[in-house]
Design a protein around this ligand. Structure first.
Ligand SMILES: [Zn+2]
Ligand SMILES: [Zn+2]
Length: 126
């Protein structure tokens, strides 16, 4: 009797949780309530979930990211160009790094050479 009652309560609670999702997502366009897990509005198919292309933050509205403030549309527009710029910049950085290493590697060489010249000049002057 007691056990049956407890079971009933649990079942009712489980059914209730199934009936109404913990967090309904309201469509920004038509105000239709959709389950939290829905990616698109069941009525007008407006996307309900937006994932920030910059930081991966998932949120129920577009526009700007709640986490990092990135403008989704702007980011989307510049993203392709930025990828190319990033790639070019990365290449340049790589070249610069190589150049830097080359210069660093040459320092003892040129330094030694100038030191040698300096010493030779001093010897010649004497
Ligand atoms: Zn809608
Ligand atoms: Zn973000």
């Amino acid at each position: 009797m007691l056990i049956a009652g407890a079971d009933g309560a649990v079942n009712a609670r489980a059914a209730g949780a199934m009936m109404e999702p913990t967090m309904a997502v309201e469509c920004t366009r038509c105000r239709q309530e959709n389950p939290e897990t829905a990616r698109f509005c069941s009525r007008c198919h407006t996307p309900l979930r937006f994932t920030c292309p910059a930081c991966g933050q998932a949120q129920s509205h577009g526009g700007t990211c709640d986490a990092c403030g990135v403008d989704f549309l702007k980011y989307g527009l510049v993203h392709l160009g930025r990828m190319q710029v990033e790639a070019a910049r990365e290449r340049a950085r790589e070249q610069h790094r190589h150049e830097l290493f080359r210069q660093l590697a040459l320092v003892p060489l040129t330094g030694g050479l100038s030191l040698f010249k300096y010493l030779r000049n001093r010897l010649r002057d004497r």
